[in-house]
Design a protein around this ligand. Structure first.
Ligand code: IMP
Ligand code: MG
Length: 179
C-alpha cells in the first residue's frame, strides 16, 4: 500500500465495468499466451491487490504456469508512498533461469514495481516482464515500461477487483474511484 490518505465520504463510482475488465484480461491473456508459447513462466503477483487479477488471468491463459506471490510495503509515514520499499513476504520459488512475469494491480508512482523488478533482475532470470491491470501514467516518478497493460486510469484513487482503500472495497466487481 502506498499509504495515500483518502476521504471516504462518497460512494465508489464505477470507472471500469466488470465487462470491460473481463475483455481486458482476455486480451492480456492472448498477448501473453502468444509470447510465451513453449515456455512455462513463473507469474509473481504483488500482494494483496493483485490476487483477483491473478486468479482471472491464470484461468484465461491456457498455458502451464507457476504462481508465486510477494508482499511489499512502503515504509515511513506520510500521505504518499515513501519510496522506501521492503519485502514483508518473500518468494518461495527459485528465480534463476526462469521466465518471470510480474503481475501488479496498479502502477502509481512506479516505485513498488521498480523495486521488485530490480530485486528480481539480480537473481538472473531468463526473462523478466511486467503485466499491470491499471496504470496512472501521470503519477510515475521513475521510468517504467509495462509489457502488458490492461487500462490507463486517471489520477484518482481507485478500488475494487482486489484493490482496496484501507482494506475495504476489494470485493467490488467493477473498478471504481472514490473522491
Ligand atoms: P506505487 O509504488 O506508487 O506505484 O504504488 C503501488 C501500490 O500502491 C499499488 O500496488 C497499490 O497497492 C497502491 N496504490 C496506488 N494507487 C492506488 C489506488 O488508486 N488505489 C489503491 N491502491 C493504490
Ligand atoms: Mg499493489
Amino acid at each position: 500500500m502506498s499509504g495515500i490518505i483518502t476521504p471516504m465520504s462518497s460512494q465508489p463510482k464505477v470507472l471500469i465495468t466488470q465487462d470491460e475488465i473481463k475483455k481486458a484480461v482476455a486480451r492480456l491473456a492472448a498477448e501473453i499466451r502468444r509470447d510465451y508459447q513453449g515456455k512455462e513462466p513463473l507469474l509473481i503477483g504483488i500482494l494483496k491487490g493483485s490476487f483477483v487479477f491473478m486468479a482471472d488471468l491464470v484461468r484465461e491463459l491456457e498455458l502451464p504456469v507457476e504462481v508465486d506471490f510477494v508482499k511489499l510495503s512502503s515504509y515511513g509515514a506520510g500521505t504518499e508512498t515513501s519510496g522506501k520499499i521492503k519485502m514483508v513476504q518473500c518468494l518461495e520459488t527459485r528465480i534463476k533461469g526462469r521466465d518471470i512475469l510480474v503481475v501488479e494491480d496498479i502502477v502509481d508512482t512506479g516505485l513498488t514495481v521498480s523495486f521488485l523488478l530490480n530485486y528480481l533482475k539480480r537473481k538472473k532470470p531468463a526473462s523478466l516482464k511486467l503485466c499491470a491491470l491499471t496504470d496512472k501514467p501521470s503519477r510515475h516518478k521513475v521510468p517504467i515500461s509495462i509489457d502488458y497493460l490492461g487500462c490507463t486510469v486517471p489520477n484518482k484513487f481507485i478500488v475494487g477487483y482486489g484493490i482496496d482503500w484501507n482494506e475495504k472495497f476489494r470485493h467490488l466487481r467493477d473498478i471504481c474511484c472514490i473522491d
